[in-house]
Design a protein around this ligand. Structure first.
Ligand code: SF4
Length: 110
């Protein structure tokens, strides 16, 4: 004998399916953002002194002003393979930084 659903159950089910689809779409968007982002600084692998310098100088992996990104800073050294990967920073003792990053010591050689 076929199972009967009440109108209330059918209404609730019809709302749950679109909501589940929205959650899955949102999770997919988060995953693609994290895949595309280049992360160069790993706080878990640096000393507390290195982390402290980055925190004090407000280092960020992505500059809010692309004209003042690490790649345009006099202290930036590009990736050794010449690619768009992580470079290094003279201020951070040659530790990796994101070419699109920024900190308060950003400077251009004048
Ligand atoms: S000094 Fe700051 S802005 Fe310049 S390369 Fe280093 S982290 Fe980037």
């Amino acid at each position: 004998m076929p199972k009967k659903f009440s109108r209330r159950t059918l209404l609730l089910r019809s709302l749950q399916i679109p909501m589940a689809g929205g959650v899955i779409a949102a999770l997919g968007a988060c995953d693609s953002d994290s895949r595309d982002a280049l992360v160069c600084a790993d706080p878990g692998s640096m000393s507390s002194a290195q982390e402290s310098v980055r925190r004090t100088l407000k280092y960020t992996e992505v500059s809010s002003d692309s004209a003042r990104a690490c790649v345009a800073c006099e202290f930036f050294y590009p990736a050794k393979d010449g690619g768009a990967g992580c470079g290094t920073c003279g201020i951070f003792s040659g530790e990796p930084v994101n070419p699109q990053g920024h900190c308060d010591s950003w400077s251009v050689d004048s």
